[in-house]
Design a protein around this ligand. Structure first.
Ligand code: CP
Length: 359
């Protein structure tokens, strides 16, 4: 059984295969209209969403399947204290595949380890959002022709922006991709992304706080929202929320063929006068997300048909119950019965397997 919790759960060959399926879906949608007849997706959204939930549902419907699920924790038995493990065990009796969004980091991993059907992480706290990355990759492929030799700038909240963490992981697999990380000091990329991805894969990257200075060099500008819901200090959010605003005037500093991406929703970080510019590709990203989710559902259900074994973490470096994670938004903090899982990292620390925080 395969699940997709992090983008690195997919090999480059698999990502390229998904991109190929997506191209075929675009050319020949009718060929796919009954591929999932009789199959059900459960969309378990414990946190708000417009695009991800509705695109998973739309993807399954366009494949001829059906949809069950809920769109908030308050309308599920989580509000009565039911655990993620029990929820996954129960939903495995009703559906063929789960797409889960949860505010606690590592919750979709817990579902995958305890349920009997594939789980797709639809966003866990500030941690990962692999299917947004698939949407981003298809957009870059369609607009720029591929990924090699690109200079990609990420601008905004790089600390809590889970979409940024996931796409940097994906881009690390392609050749000669240069990364420009544009953020205020308080919202810099987490150390685990630097250590596990940027440094590990020897990526060429710089950190800066200037969008204007970076713009002329970029092939792709990936803007992000400052993630209000992840801040514990309201004053800090108010101070940082408008750190970067891309408008038509600033975009004039970019190349004619730079593309502007944003996972959406946006708040103020891209003004609407940019929407009509041919470089604005964020609404194309939305459509590409549905197509890549169709491709991923097909891939995972196909694997599940042949391999009914339970999802496991095949990593002999994991140590169990030795450490307790101190990250307040880690699922292991709220669901006390979960066993601690950590693995050693190069600097001598251990890293929580659920949320990737070091201790
Ligand atoms: N991009 C994204 O995850 O949007 P939603 O929060 O609306 O799903």
């Amino acid at each position: 059984m395969r699940s997709v919790i992090d983008i690195v759960d997919l090999s480059v060959e698999e990502i390229n295969g998904l991109l190929k399926t997506a191209s075929d879906i675009i050319k020949n949608p009718k060929k796919y209209s009954k591929k999932c007849k009789g199959k059900k997706i459960a969309t378990l959204f414990f946190e708000p969403s417009t695009r991800t939930r509705l695109s998973f549902e739309s993807a399954m419907l366009e494949l001829g399947g059906s949809v069950i699920g809920f769109s908030s924790a308050s309308s599920s038995s989580a509000s009565k204290g039911e655990s993620v493990s029990d929820t996954a065990k129960v939903i495995s009796k009703y559906a063929d595949i789960i797409a889960m969004r949860h505010p606690k980091e590592g919750a979709p991993l817990v579902a995958a380890l305890n349920g009997d059907i594939p789980v797709i992480n639809a966003g866990d706290g500030g941690h990962c959002h692999p299917t947004q990355t698939l949407a981003d990759l298809l957009t870059i492929k369609r607009e720029k022709g591929g990924f090699d030799n690109l200079t990609v700038g990420f601008c905004g909240d790089l600390k809590y922006g889970r979409t940024v963490h996931s796409i940097i992981g994906a881009l690390s697999r392609y050749n000669n991709v240069k990364i420009v990380l544009i953020s205020p000091n308080e919202l810099k990329i987490p150390s685990y992304v630097k250590e596990d991805v940027l440094d590990k894969f020897n990526m060429d990257y710089i950190e800066t706080d200037s969008l204007e200075d970076s713009l002329p060099s970029l092939d792709v500008l990936y803007m992000t929202r400052v993630q209000e819901e992840r801040f514990t200090d309201r004053n800090e959010y108010e101070r940082l929320k408008d750190s970067y605003v891309l408008n038509k005037e600033k975009l004039n500093k970019a190349k004619e063929d730079t593309i502007v991406l944003h996972p959406l929703p946006r708040v103020n970080e891209i003004s609407i006068d940019v929407d009509d510019d041919k470089r604005a590709c964020y609404f194309k990203q939305v459509e590409n997300g549905k197509i890549m989710r169709m491709a991923l559902i097909l891939m995972l259900l196909d694997i599940a048909k042949k391999d009914k074994s339970k999802f496991t973490l095949n990593d002999n470096k994991i140590v169990y119950n030795k450490f307790k994670c101190s990250n307040p938004v880690c699922i292991s903090q709220t669901e006390q019965e979960l066993k601690g899982m950590a693995k050693p990292v190069d600097n001598g620390n251990y890293r929580c397997v659920y949320c990737d925080k070091d201790f």
